[in-house]
Design a protein around this ligand. Structure first.
Ligand code: CMC
Length: 428
């Protein structure tokens, strides 16, 4: 605690605590304000509300900085595997060789899913949205592993649960794709890497084992590392809100999947590709879409632009843009949507509307083009985001319990009718 703040309302003054984080971000603690004054604060969409103290991820939206546990995203993207990154996010330090080996073994061990759980896939219509399947199946996992319902598990039990979840989310996701495609499931192969195993479960065929090229495996690894955590975004906050009632980890992350699904959050990665395809096939100019997004009363937005926290470039989009070129080059592929994306970005950077509002490409703008290059089907894009975000969700859920955080329960200002008498049916 560094200071005190004074709030004056009418003739009353209230002294409030001020806290400063390790990167000097400052907050005024209003937790006791209501008890002292009967007054609440209003912040719809929580744009200026700190909901927790956290030591997992640091974002500086003005400078375009993102760090997991102090490590810059640029370095992790280049040097760390997804499993190493997940370990770092979960446990606060990069793993030693021995720790990494053991973590990998646990993930490999938990990759298969119970045959009865596997049977549940046949109950879904083929057209089911993969995010609906993922959320439902993550909840179902706990029915097959009742031990994970213990919210106070510590040490080796927690380690096991975390590895189990990181592993099952990958198998369930791949199986949901196979089910929708009417193809047999490919069981996990413990000898493959995290990414290689996912690609095998997605794309191996009975007549041909999928052999992932190192380019594709690296691209997928990069995608997952970049999505591994992003402090108190909508889905992570959802995981924390659900977890704050002491709901188990599986139901909390299943709720996180639902929050991620929306097009303003993780659903944006697929929405970007739909938007770019639409621009390509419509025959209309990019300016037409820019004007549409700028219209005062339209709810049309340029997908993949804007961010609650970044008021500068999203560092993840810079890394992705560079990598998209390299991957397409390495794979000797072209993507006409990339040209449209580049033109769209260039135009927005010169446009007053976007400049005044600090709207830059976010992580979802180029990630879809990377996923297209890897060969991931469009309706799986947000599922890919969910696989990547799992370490962040697990870690935030755990931190919430470690801090013994109070149940999330915001207040409201009531704007409805005042008290009135009940009107009997025959008088209405
Ligand atoms: N296109 C056109 N106008 C926009 C856009 C956009 N993509 N984003 C924001 N604006 C406008 C917005 O209408 C508002 O204008 P005005 O001041 O005239 O009312 C102004 O910019 C400020 O925006 P905001 O609505 O206050 O921003 P927010 O922090 O509430 O919302 C956002 C952030 C990401 C939901 C929003 O920018 C958006 O909808 N972007 C498109 C969807 C998207 O790409 N989502 C992915 C987010 S990043 C990764 C993730 O979280 O999954």
């Amino acid at each position: 605690m560094t200071d005190k703040a004074t709030l004056t309302i009418g003739s009353e003054e209230y002294e409030l605590d001020v806290f400063t984080g390790s990167e000097n971000e400052t907050c005024v603690d209003i937790q006791k304000l209501r008890a002292q004054s009967g007054i609440i604060t209003m912040d719809q969409g929580f744009g200026n509300t700190g909901s927790c103290f956290s030591s997992i991820t640091y974002v500086d939206g003005a400078k375009g900085i993102l760090r997991y546990r102090g490590y810059p995203i640029e370095e992790l993207a280049e040097k760390a595997t997804f499993v190493e990154t997940a370990y770092l996010i979960l446990y606060g330090e990069l793993p030693t060789e021995k720790q990494l080996l053991s973590f990998r073994q646990q993930i490999a061990e938990h990759a298969p899913i119970h045959t009865n759980l596997e049977h549940h896939f046949s109950g879904f219509p083929k057209s089911s949205p993969p995010m609906a399947i993922l959320s439902a199946m993550l909840n179902l996992v706990s029915c097959f592993h009742p031990e994970v319902l213990d919210v106070h598990s510590e040490g080796p039990e927690f380690d096991r649960t975390a590895a189990l979840l990181l592993s099952k989310v990958r198998t369930i996701s791949a199986f949901s794709y196979r089910m929708a495609a009417g193809k047999p499931f490919n069981h996990p192969n413990p000898n493959l890497t995290y990414c290689g195993n996912f690609l095998h479960m997605m794309f191996s065929e009975p007549y041909q084992e999928y052999a992932a090229s190192p380019v594709i495996e690296r691209a997928l690894k990069l995608f997952l590392v970049l999505h591994a955590d992003h402090e108190q975004n909508c889905s992570t906050s959802t995981v924390r809100v659900v977890g704050s009632s002491r709901a188990n980890l599986f139901s909390s992350v299943a709720a996180g999947v639902c929050a991620l699904w929306g097009p303003l959050h993780g659903g944006a990665n697929a929405a970007v590709i739909r938007m770019l395809s639409d621009i390509k096939t419509s025959g209309k100019s990019i300016n037409f879409y820019l004007d549409k997004a700028k219209e005062k009363n339209s709810d049309y937005k340029l997908m993949g632009f804007g961010h609650r926290v970044y008021k500068n470039f999203d560092p993840r989009s810079i890394i992705l843009k560079k990598r998209v070129y390299e991957v397409l080059d390495e794979l000797k592929k072209d993507d006409p949507l990339l040209e449209i994306a580049i033109e769209l970005e260039e135009k927005t950077l010169k446009d007053d509307y976007f400049k005044e509002r600090n709207l830059y490409p976010n992580v979802d703008f180029y990630s879809g083009i990377l996923l297209r290059a890897i060969g991931i089907p469009l309706d799986m894009y947000t599922v890919m985001f969910a696989i990547g975000r799992m370490p962040g969700w697990i870690s935030n859920w755990r931190e919430l319990l470690e801090h013994n955080q109070r149940i999330s329960r915001p207040r409201q200002i009531y704007t409805g009718k005042n008290e009135r008498k009940f009107v009997p049916l025959d008088e209405r």
